[in-house]
Ligand binder design. Sequence first.
Ligand SMILES: Cc1cc2nc3c(=O)[nH]c(=O)nc-3n(C[C@H](O)[C@H](O)[C@H](O)COP(=O)(O)O)c2cc1C
Length: 363
Amino acid sequence: MSLRDALTGALVMGPMTKGSNLPYRRLCVELGARVTMSEMTVARRLKQKRKSEFALIRRFEGEPFFGVQLAGTNPEELGWAAGLVESRGASLVDINCGCPIDYFTRKGLGASLGRQPSRQRRLVEAMKKGVTHIPVTAKIRLGWNDDDRNYMDQARAVVDGGADAIVVHGRTRNARYRTQADWDAIAEIADAVPVPVIGNGDVLYGHQAQEFLTRGRCTAAMTARAALIRPWIFREVVEGYQEMDAEARLAIYRRYATLAREHWGDDEHGLERVRLFTRWHLDFWCRDVPRRADGTFPSMQVRETDIPVSSPLDAVLRRADAAALDHLADCLTHQREVVPGDVPPPSTDQADPRDRETVEIEG
Ligand SMILES: Cc1cc2nc3c(=O)[nH]c(=O)nc-3n(C[C@H](O)[C@H](O)[C@H](O)COP(=O)(O)O)c2cc1C
């Protein structure tokens, strides 16, 4: 399938460290995702033959259109890694120019590449040389900070390097998640470049994919946090808003645990991985916010309070404290029934995890 065909009108599941694990991508594909992305994969670690890095680039059988995202600063390494991921079955290869985390930016990776458009061009060129057939894309932010919104320079640079599409996360590196994504800036880029643009930022409900896409004049929209919070968002793109009661949500969480067991195995070691990942996902799942009674939709950026609780199970699934999350993770991992009365109360010395910054892990 051509890149443009794959992307047109699609809601792409964004690349997410930890979140885009293979069984979670399977879940999202079952729920309607047509284009998926890997976790960020460091080209140098592939070169060092690290098993854990090779696990990140694995496509599952039947994964419709799977992009692998690479991080790196060295043209030879990135060119080699792009060829490798092509040989392993990726449908596209992307370069991460958006990761804001100090550990990576200090090494010149991720968002710090956005400060050097000519380097971005050279890296994309090297990746183009490394592949035979598959498209090469770049995921950028709008700039380093509000004083340096150089998105046009970045977009032109990666296109000059041969990028076949650009993913634009509509925030600066320093903004992290604090500001709303600027879809007008995304539209400016889409108007100026000859390749498809995938707009990214704040899509929380299925119908918003088309709304944002139209506003951003893009070929596709991408969602990340919403895929973690409400994976049925992909079904909503086709079928419209889904009212998911607690039983329906729990069935989806159970399905994830089953896919995770299939992937990691149900021996002691495998089950521990399943539990850790399920526990991590529960921390996002508990943030699902339904449509309001007046028919309006909450936004990704403003935390909703006073969410009506429809049943004891609903109340349990909305809890964000460690006691509830640990208990639910155990039930899901070991395929036990969730009995609301059995879930321990929040421990008094635990701070509500929702008080922390919405997401610490980001790209
Ligand atoms: C848990 C998590 C991990 C992420 N990891 C990556 C990553 O590895 N590479 C990347 O380009 N972006 C990463 N991101 C950023 C998202 O792909 C996306 O650009 C950002 O969250 C904005 O989209 P949203 O508003 O739909 O969440 C991550 C985001 C989250 C929440």
